[in-house]
Design a protein around this ligand. Structure first.
Ligand code: UTP
Length: 413
């Protein structure tokens, strides 16, 4: 252990992070071991460069942006039945698996616990996890299959999530048979000087590495292997915070199969040019999502021949991928974006600091940054009121109140 520490100290000195061992001697043995493991796992070069990037203005690489083609579910007419038949056949064959990303921190909602455990205030008091579970089971019944459900948690909320499911008898699913939990990756948080933070538990303060971590985690945690064993060919990936998410959609699947694409994504019409949503587009001829922070004003206002926004297909985190596309994307590192967040930590003198405002950087990869790896992607425009009821904020837009209303209207409750 002594040699180990000497080696680690050398590395810490090299990167000016010696403070990480300041309180080492005060930790119990288990924590000492864990701290050393954490430090050994840190890619200090990466953290250095991510920190340095926070001081630079974001420069979007020069790329040619063009609108992406899409199909409108409302206007499919005769083709609707064809897509439906193709999709249904694949679902009945057991080719679909569903993945729910539930590793986020849900800071805006401010719920004490994993977001999936949140009760949006329906008469039944069902949690988001249960609402999603209900639709998945119901759809499985409809097509005569059990659709395997994979739930991505984070280091921070994994234990609580599994406890919640255990308490609710897994909502009727069978753990490790048709219900699987896997953890996403993490990266250390750094302060404005680039120093890695120590959390209240005396260990490195780490944060989930963003929903872009999904592909790598699915592969690394053996989930794609599991999917292959189960006969999965298509994987739907969605978030936990959309209580109308349609994880099983024969039309979307039928389109992807018929058009022979590796992925298909759903969009809803952007409400107005200023709406703070990312939109599907093509970057240098490849599928992509343009964030609202990136889209130039002129582009956001451009109108097509039908009088609709040219860049008006909002990305709602509802995407379907071929299993091999996930494996391919999981093998390629994604760029990280930084977010300035509020983080309680222990300072060099051992004092607990609870900041009033953001004080530290967290690094995240975005799921859609991998779309450029896809040869092509079919986009299906769906109705907001049928498929998109996000729970993001505690009050106001995209809050439990608005989601509850959408949910009740859709199910005519
Ligand atoms: P958001 O980007 O809205 O983040 O996640 P969030 O964590 O829920 O909320 P804020 O921003 O802290 O308020 C969209 C979806 O991606 C998942 C979330 O759980 C949600 O389903 N997600 C996000 C992850 O699974 N891991 C992450 O690291 C980030």
């Amino acid at each position: 252990m002594g040699e180990d520490i000497d080696e680690i100290m050398k590395t810490l000195k090299k990167y000016s992070q010696e403070h990480l061992l300041n309180r080492y001697s005060e930790l119990d043995q288990a924590k000492q071991k864990k701290l050393l493991e954490q430090i050994k796992a840190i890619d200090f070069e990466l953290i250095n460069s991510l920190y340095n990037n926070t001081k630079r203005d974001y420069e979007a690489a020069e790329s040619e942006i063009t609108p992406i083609e899409y199909l409108d579910k409302e206007k499919l007419n005769g083709e609707y039945k064809d897509y439906q038949a193709i999709g249904e056949k694949a679902i009945r064959n057991g080719e679909l698996a569903a993945v729910t990303m539930a590793g986020g921190q849900g800071t805006r909602l401010g719920h004490n616990g994993p977001k999936g455990t949140y009760d949006i205030g329906l008469e039944t008091h069902k949690s988001l996890f249960e609402l999603l579970s209900d639709t998945l089971k119901e759809q499985g019944k409809k097509y005569g299959v059990v659709i395997p459900w994979f739930i991505m948690t984070s280091e921070e909320n994994n234990e609580q999530t599994i406890e919640f499911f255990t308490k609710h008898r897994y909502f009727g699913h069978q753990k490790d048979k048709d219900l699987f939990f896997f953890k996403q990756g993490e990266l250390p948080m750094v302060d404005t000087e680039g120093k890695i933070l120590i959390g209240e538990d005396g260990l490195i303060k780490e944060a989930a590495d963003g929903h872009g971590g999904i592909y790598e985690s699915l592969v690394k945690r053996g989930m794609t292997k599991k999917m292959r064993e189960l006969g999965t060919k298509w994987v739907f990936i969605g978030g936990i915070d959309n209580c109308l998410v349609k994880m099983v959609d024969p039309i979307l699947m039928g389109i992807a199969i018929q058009k022979n694409v590796t992925a298909a994504g759903k969009s809803v019409v952007k409400a107005n040019p200023q709406e703070k949503v990312g939109v599907f587009c093509k970057k240098n001829g490849r599928p992509s999502v343009l964030e609202y922070t990136e889209i130039p004003k002129e582009l956001s206002e451009e109108i097509d021949e039908n009088g609709e926004l040219k860049y008006g297909e909002s990305h709602i985190l509802c995407n379907l991928f071929k299993l091999d596309a996930i494996e391919r994307m999981g093998a390629k590192p994604l760029p990280y974006h930084s977010a300035f967040k509020k983080a309680t930590y222990i300072d060099k003198e051992g004092n607990k600091v609870i900041p009033d405002g953001p004080n530290a950087y967290k690094f995240e990869a975005f799921l859609f940054d991998a779309f450029g790896e896809l040869d092509d992607m079919a986009i299906l425009r769906v109705k907001r009121e049928e498929e998109f009821a996000p729970v993001k904020n505690a009050t106001g837009v995209d809050s439990p109140e608005t989601a509850r209303e959408l949910y009740r209207n859709f199910y005519k409750l």
